[in-house]
Structure formats: structure tokens, C-alpha cells
Design a protein around this ligand. Structure first.
Ligand code: LLP
Length: 415
């Protein structure tokens, strides 16, 4: 069942139209609370980078990770400032361009380096800058091969073989090393995440250098279906805390423990709302066609991801087919001129179905658990404007991003 009140969703779409994104602030705060044992919670904003969501995070004492100049600018707009708190923003990447170097220097933003070329570039212009080392521990795990960020097939991080040389370069340049970071993949599980913390102890010993902090990276899973359990955050913290203690006794002083979730903080807190515009049957499928496409929610087309879909009966007296008789299982698809624009598909692109309660033209469909990598992965494909975002907080619905207009889209082409 959706975490949202269906009547509220109907009101939202009457006011703001469809498609639209909706978020629940209380759920985000609840998720933050589950990770309070960590010294620093750093939100991987790529999951949901709306500045109002970032402001909510900041008000809750959550720090932020940025992976582009744009994400740094968003953090600044949301009020993050490394002069107020030097831990506020960290920039993580495997390369750094000229514009971003200027930004990180200007705003004193530590750089989490994923390559030695990054290190050279930063040291050339800012020899005492603060850095983290993002290590690829030689293995990884994610909900899809596309979200696995460790091991020999990954472009991310400093390999174990390059670690001693990286540390030597940092020392040679006189850069300030904060700590060691690791992110094995997105949508992982407790078993692999616990392998990562064991690996971290060995990596700190291998690095053979003093550090002040370690970061677990992100990857904390959330349940998307009723078969999936919530992450046992107590065990997750305990495993990492044990690793931290071992590192502390090796180094002889205390070490801060950071966690860097994206999905975990916002995934279950958001939904995409769309309206049913057409019902169509083929020999194989009962299609429900809606006004949101993979330009809005890419995850099913990109990874075969499952989002539980629910129908909310809104106006049932529309023209067209009343319903597809006796059908229970539906394939849900969007308006894009591309046959892969289907929300119910597996990772190999085979169309599958979800059980929906008699959807009719004019009804709303709710795509649950779309708060992470939903709006933030949207595009303008087929010249479709970005959908608005609405935040529900303390019973109030607040528009936090307007719907983009076609004029906004073509304005850049007025040259
Ligand atoms: N830290 C780093 C360095 C990352 O690259 C990521 C995600 C995170 C943290 C946060 O990971 P999370 O806690 O959200 O799993 N588009 C994909 C996910 C790609 C994640 C990329 N990096 C999806 O829709 O599932």
C-alpha cells in the first residue's frame, strides 16, 4: 500500500496536473533517524537533488555528497557551507574538470579522489587541499550489474594495486588526507556491505598512513516489494563500528565513521503520479497507457526495476473503454515513441505484469518507492518537460519544483 493518502494524491494532481512527483518529509526524517548512530550521515544527492530536499537534509544535520559542479551549486543554494562546517560538502568523482576544480577550491570542498589524474590536477593548483581516497576493494555488488561499482569491471575508485602509490603522491604533494572511502554498489545487501567493512580494515592497514575518518559509501537497500525486508540498520552499524574500532586500535586514535546513503533516505518516501489515458489489449497483454514515460521514471527501462503500481480511481466517467473486462494483470506503459517505454519489464526487457484494481481511463496510477533516482534521472526525451515535485510536510503540500514548460525547453535554442 502506498504511504500516501489517496485523497491527497487526487488533490495534488488536480492542482498540479500529471505526471507529478510527490515526497513525504516525515518518511525521510524517519529514515535519517535509523542511521543516527553514525558520526556523519552524508546524503548522496544524486538520488534526489531538489534543493528543498537538500534543505530538509541540512536542517536534520545531514551532510551532502556532490558528484558534479551542478550538485555543488545545488548544495550551496540549499545553504550548505564548508566555511560554517568543513564537513558539509564532499565532491566525489573519478575525474575533475576545470570548472569544478575552481569551485572546490573557492568553497573549500574536500575531494574524494577516484583516480591519480585527479590527484595531480588538484595538487597542481591547490597543494594543501583536503582529500579522501575512494578505494575499489576489488569486489562490488549492486541490484544490477549497472550499479555494481567495485571489482575489475568498474571505472570507479583507486585499485588496491594503485593505493600505495596514491598515498605516496598525497604525501609528496602535501595534500591533507581526511580518510578512506569505499562504495561497492547501489542497492546492495547486508552480506556484501559487511564484506566491505572487513575489507576496509585491511585497506587502512595496506595504506599505511594516518587518517581521521572512514566512509562506508552508500548502497543501503530498501524494500521495493512486500517480499523484501527492511535493512537491519543496527547490525549494519554494529559491523561498521567493529571495523572502525579495529582501525582505531591500529592507528592509536579515534576515527570518524561516515555513511553515504542516497536511496535509503528518500527511496520509500517518494512516488510518481500519472493519469491513465488509454486501455489497449493485444493477444499477449492488457496495456494501461499513462502520461508518464521513461523520460520521467527511467529505472524500469534501464534496470528492469520493480515499482509497485497502484490505481486510484479518480474520475470514472471518461469516454473510451470503461475497463478491460475481467483483466487482473496489466502491462503499464508510457506515451513515448519507443517500444521499451514500459514500466513493467524485467532486466532483459521482457514485458511483465502487475495486478491492478480495475484501472479506467482518467484514473491515477501511483508508482511507489520512486523517491530515489526518479526525478533526478528524468530527461526531456520526446520533448517532454520535467514534471513538478511536491513535498508533503506536516500535512501541507508544497510545490518544490514547477512543471517545466515547452518554452523553457526551446529557450536555449533561441540563438
Ligand atoms: N556514494 C557513491 C560514491 C555513489 O556512487 C552512490 C551511488 C551512492 C553513494 C549512493 O548509493 P545508494 O545509497 O543510493 O545506493 N541509478 C541507480 C543507482 C545508481 C547509484 C550511483 N551511485 C538506480 O536507480 O538504482
Amino acid at each position: 500500500m502506498t504511504i500516501f493518502n489517496p485523497n491527497t494524491l487526487v488533490e495534488i494532481t488536480q492542482q498540479f496536473g500529471t505526471p507529478a512527483w510527490v515526497y513525504d518529509a516525515a518518511t525521510i526524517r524517519q529514515q535519517i533517524k535509523q542511521l543516527r548512530d553514525f558520526d556523519v550521515i552524508r546524503f548522496a544527492q544524486k538520488a534526489c537533488s531538489n534543493t528543498h530536499i537538500l534543505r530538509l537534509m541540512r536542517e536534520e544535520g545531514v551532510m551532502v555528497d556532490a558528484v558534479s559542479a551542478g550538485e555543488i551549486e545545488r548544495s550551496l543554494v540549499a545553504g550548505y557551507s564548508n566555511s560554517d562546517n568543513p564537513e558539509s560538502i564532499v565532491f566525489t568523482a573519478d575525474l575533475i574538470d576545470r570548472e569544478t576544480i575552481e569551485l572546490v577550491i573557492q568553497h573549500d570542498i574536500p575531494v574524494n579522489i577516484g583516480s591519480m589524474d585527479m590527484l595531480h590536477r588538484i595538487a597542481e593548483v591547490a597543494p594543501h587541499h583536503s582529500v579522501w581516497i575512494r578505494v575499489n576493494p576489488g569486489f562490488g555488488h549492486g541490484h544490477s550489474e549497472k550499479t555494481n561499482t567495485g571489482g575489475p569491471n568498474s571505472k570507479h575508485g583507486i585499485s588496491l594495486e594503485d593505493l600505495p602509490q596514491t598515498v605516496a603522491l598525497i604525501q609528496q604533494y602535501g595534500l591533507d588526507l581526511i580518510g578512506i572511502h569505499m562504495h561497492i554498489g547501489s542497492g546492495s545487501d547486508l552480506e556484501h556491505l559487511s564484506q566491505a567493512c572487513q575489507a576496509m580494515v585491511g585497506i587502512v592497514k595496506l595504506a599505511n598512513v594516518d587518517i581521521r575518518a572512514i566512509s562506508t559509501g552508500g548502497g543501503l537497500p530498501i524494500p521495493y516489494s512486500s517480499h523484501e525486508d527492511k535493512l537491519d540498520t543496527m547490525t549494519f552499524f554494529r559491523l561498521w563500528n567493529d571495523a572502525r574500532k579495529e582501525i582505531e586500535s591500529h592507528l592509536g586514535h579515534s576515527v570518524k565513521l561516515e555513511v553515504e546513503p542516497g536511496r535509503y533516505l528518500v527511496g520509500n518516501a517518494g512516488a510518481l503520479l500519472a493519469e491513465v489515458h488509454c486501455l489497449k489489449s493485444t493477444a499477449e497483454h492488457n496495456f494501461v497507457l499513462i502520461d508518464a514515460g521513461f523520460n520521467d521514471l527511467l529505472r524500469p527501462s534501464m534496470y528492469g526495476s520493480y515499482h509497485k503500481i497502484e490505481a486510484v480511481h479518480q474520475y470514472s466517467n471518461q469516454q473510451g473503454l470503461e475497463s478491460i473486462s475481467n483483466a487482473l494483470e496489466y502491462a503499464v506503459a508510457g506515451p513515448l515513441c519507443e517500444s521499451g517505454d514500459v514500466f513493467t519489464q524485467d532486466a532483459s526487457g521482457v514485458i511483465c505484469h502487475q495486478i491492478l484494481d480495475n484501472p479506467k481511463v482518467g484514473d491515477l496510477l501511483v508508482f511507489n518507492d520512486a523517491g530515489a533516482y526518479g526525478a533526478s534521472m528524468s530527461s526531456n526525451y520526446n520533448s517532454r518537460p520535467l514534471a513538478p515535485e511536491i513535498l508533503i510536510d506536516d500535512g501541507q503540500c508544497r510545490l518544490i519544483r514547477k512543471r517545466q514548460s515547452i518554452n523553457d525547453l526551446v529557450a536555449l535554442e533561441m540563438v
